[in-house]
Unconditional design. Structure first.
Length: 53
C-alpha cells in the first residue's frame, strides 16, 4: 500500500511546539510564515494510515 503524498509544508508552516499526542499521531501548534497566523495541525503516524480507493 502506498500513502498519499503531499507537498512539503515547511515552506509555509513552522512547528512551534507539540501540544498533544495520541494513538494515531501528534498535534502541533504551527505558525504560518507568510502572515503570522497560528493553527493546530494533526500529523498521523504512517503505521495507522490505510489507503482506501
Amino acid at each position: 500500500q502506498s500513502l498519499l503524498r503531499f507537498p512539503d509544508p515547511s515552506d509555509t508552516w513552522e512547528i512551534i511546539e507539540t501540544i498533544g499526542k495520541g494513538t494515531y499521531g501528534k498535534v502541533y501548534k504551527v505558525l504560518n510564515k507568510a502572515n503570522g497566523s497560528k493553527a493546530a495541525v494533526k500529523i498521523l503516524d504512517p503505521i495507522h494510515v490505510t489507503h482506501r480507493p
